[in-house]
Design a protein around this ligand. Structure first.
Ligand SMILES: [Zn+2]
Length: 453
């Protein structure tokens, strides 16, 4: 057998297992062999990895493609992802009725994406719950997100009138009927926020500190409690998305210690690196807010001890002009291109987090939680989604080089190590020498990530 691709002289990163020297053989888009150093096989193309890490392509389970430029986001943002070593994303889809709304979006994604793309459904009203089983089967979508952030008054401006604890509970009951189903929840007690926010605004407070003070850690922890408690009663697997604070992490640990319902936790690169004092200021406005240094350290502890299951970016690719001052600017920011170097710089280099642990939270665990078959491992039979990383190569973040529709990054100006050198999607080179290949640009070949529902 002649291989299509042979990667030799690699330090192969096996999530949660370790790093072993060796070679990887690829045939027909899949990993055909993982070999000890020195063993050679014939291949059409051979790459000398020069002792660099080869990791499973990253799986970013939290992106909002379409929030920047709906017509072109799947082109620009999948390129930005590939530059960051990300080979699979799950993007949030919210429409009145996804049975109709997702058709055109999925088609556009498949025309434009240079990496693999799947979706989560946003749950904002009763129809979503009532049609969940059907819509999940039609599209192969087994993960959902309910926005407690848009309860009551807070939802009105977006046209959401049906988000309450009843909707949450009903969504859990329906999720239980779907094989592999998992209900994500945005946890922030939005009913209390105005009580804290109004005086801050009257006092003229601005900046990230004010943003944190209007929605402090305990409002997140209270919602985490509510969701985890209902999960214990219903048995529904729940996923706390973009968890930001030590207080909320403690709540997860407490619930995990006394009931068996599966609670998974996602945090984001920004909660592992930025604080309310960070110089990027309003560029890092997001819900939940970035917190304080002890929270950042607590998130890393969570990564190390397994409390944190996955890391997702919450990537929102809007323009800088929408991020002017704290109260009126848009929520969220781009992050899919910088996840890997942030994790390696802040985790591996600064805190000694083993790279195999970083690989687990950035690929293998998301593949498991979301039922993405063939993703997240370097082993025979898996998709040849691979990223070669030079752990010490340093580059200063410059949004101009990140391919995104967004023209800024909250990490800009930071010197980060651990950028993707080469990214392969099913054996096809989409990034080489830190740049998108012409082939990936000309003929994007991302596939739709359907999951059996
Ligand atoms: Zn989000």
């Amino acid at each position: 057998m002649t291989l299509d691709l042979f990667l030799r002289n690699a330090m192969i990163v096996h999530p949660d297992v370790g790093v072993t020297p060796g070679s990887i053989g690829v045939k027909d888009g899949r990993i055909a062999a993982v070999l000890a150093p020195g063993v050679r096989l014939d291949a059409t193309e051979e790459v000398d990895c020069g002792g660099r890490w080869v990791m499973p392509g990253l799986v970013d389970p939290h992106v909002h493609f379409g929030f920047g430029s709906p017509e072109t986001d799947f082109a620009t943002e999948t390129r930005s992802a590939a530059l960051g070593g990300v080979t699979s994303v799950l993007s949030f889809h919210r429409s009145q009725d996804p049975r109709e709304g997702l058709v055109a979006v999925r088609q556009r994604a498949m025309e434009q994406a240079c990496i693999d793309v799947g979706f989560h459904f946003g749950i904002t009203h009763r129809l979503h719950v009532d049609t969940l089983v059907e819509a999940s089967k039609v599209f192969g979508v087994t993960s959902y997100k309910l926005y407690l952030m848009y309860k009551g008054q807070a939802g009105l401006s977006k046209g959401f009138t049906e988000i309450d604890d009843g909707l949450l509970y009903a969504a859990m009951l329906q999720t239980l009927r779907i094989p592999g189903g998992v209900l994500g929840v945005h946890c922030e007690n939005v009913e209390v926020i105005p009580v804290l926010r109004d005086p801050l605004r009257r006092e003229g407070r601005t900046g990230l500190g004010a943003w944190d003070d209007q929605s402090p850690d305990f409002l997140e922890a209270e919602n985490v409690h509510r969701v985890a408690y209902f999960a214990g009663k219903t048995g529904c697997p729940v996923n706390i998305v973009h968890l930001s604070s030590r207080e909320a992490l403690e709540e997860v640990r407490r619930h995990r210690s006394y009931h068996k319902a599966r609670i998974t936790v996602e945090t984001c690169p920004h909660y592992l690196s930025l604080t309310r004092e960070s110089p990027c200021g309003v560029l890092a406005k997001v819900n939940p807010p970035v917190r304080s240094q002890p929270d950042v350290e607590a998130m890393w502890e969570g990564v190390l001890d397994g409390t944190v299951t996955t890391v997702g970016t919450d990537h929102v690719p809007r323009k800088r002009e929408t991020k002017q001052e704290i109260w009126s600017s848009t929520m969220g920011f781009p992050g899919v291109a910088t996840m890997l170097p942030v994790m390696i710089t802040e985790g591996h280099h600064r805190r000694g987090v083993p790279i195999e642990r970083i690989a687990a939270v950035t690929s293998a665990n998301a593949a498991k939680v979301y039922g993405l078959k063939g993703k997240g491992q370097i082993a025979p039979g898996y998709d040849a989604d691979l990223v070669m990383v030079d752990p010490d190569a340093e580059r200063v973040v410059d949004a101009a080089n990140l391919e995104s529709f967004a023209d800024y990054s909250p990490f800009e100006g930071m010197a980060l190590k651990g950028w993707a050198h080469t990214t392969w999607l099913r054996g096809r080179k989409v990034v080489e020498n830190g740049a998108i290949t012409e082939e990936a640009r000309r003929a994007p070949a991302g596939r739709y990530l359907a999951r059996p529902a």
